[in-house]
Design a protein around this ligand. Structure first.
Ligand code: GRF
Length: 216
């Protein structure tokens, strides 16, 4: 029997998506967790869960270049089928993306292309949006600009503040992201020539779960 494909998860903070990825792992396993911050809560959780962890605290490297060289080395060492950003709060430079031994995906707390970057919940509220949500996407060299894979919408209630909306959005992330990771790993979701393709099974499941696939 062939081994279960292993993903490498990059985090910077709380790690709730990491927990969901581990809890819902099917068709893949979390082979390694890498944090660019030594105080990331997710790293403590990952250690307790018995996952392999690596901390490369950015500030301990003289330059960004040195940091990314070391990060690439660790990622290569973990031999991932997929690199999964889960609250990794830093841009990966083009050289890193080009040299990365596997595709990279990210989860973002907005309905991209709306609200790339930070403070997405507060910005959606300030704009008077009625709907918000999250997006799983392939990573390219821009800030949250890579090809969208799938999105989940959540309603905005009149009494919402940014924390309440963030919490509702996070629950949607926890359901969408493991599903996307599973199907990218199995090859049911692919990126070729700038287009995201889905197998028929993925299309059917997305309809059932209420996930919106990128059909562009
Ligand atoms: C999530 O909202 C994710 O969309 C964004 O950063 C947040 C990370 O949360 N990229 P957590 O660390 O997974 O709890």
């Amino acid at each position: 029997m062939s081994p279960i494909p292993s993903i490498t998860v990059l985090i910077s903070g709380r790690g709730s998506n990491l927990e969901a990825l581990h809890r819902e792992a099917s068709g893949y396993r979390v082979g390694a967790v890498i944090s660019n911050r030594c105080d990331a809560r997710g790293i403590d959780w990952a250690k307790e869960a018995g996952l392999t962890t690596h901390v490369l605290h950015r500030q301990l490297f003289p330059t960004a270049r040195d940091f990314h060289t070391a990060l690439l080395e660790v990622v290569m060492h973990t031999r991932p089928a997929l690199v999964v950003l889960a609250g990794y709060m830093a841009l990966l430079p083009p050289e890193f993306i080009a040299a990365c031994p596997a595709r990279i995906i990210n989860i973002h707390p907005s309905l991209l292309p709306k609200y790339p970057g930070l403070d997405t919940h507060a910005r959606a509220l300030a704009a008077g949006e009625l709907m918000h949500g999250c997006t799983a996407h392939f990573v390219d060299q821009g800030l949250d600009t890579g090809r969208v894979i799938a999105q989940v919408s959540v309603p905005i209630h009149p009494e919402d503040d940014a924390d309440a909306l963030a919490e509702r959005t996070r629950l949607a992330e926890h359901s969408l992201y493991p599903w996307v990771v599973r199907h990218v790993v199995t090859g049911d979701i692919t990126l070729a020539d700038g287009h995201v393709r889905f197998s028929d099974d993925v299309r059917r499941e997305a309809l059932t779960f209420g996930y919106r696939l990128n059909t562009v």
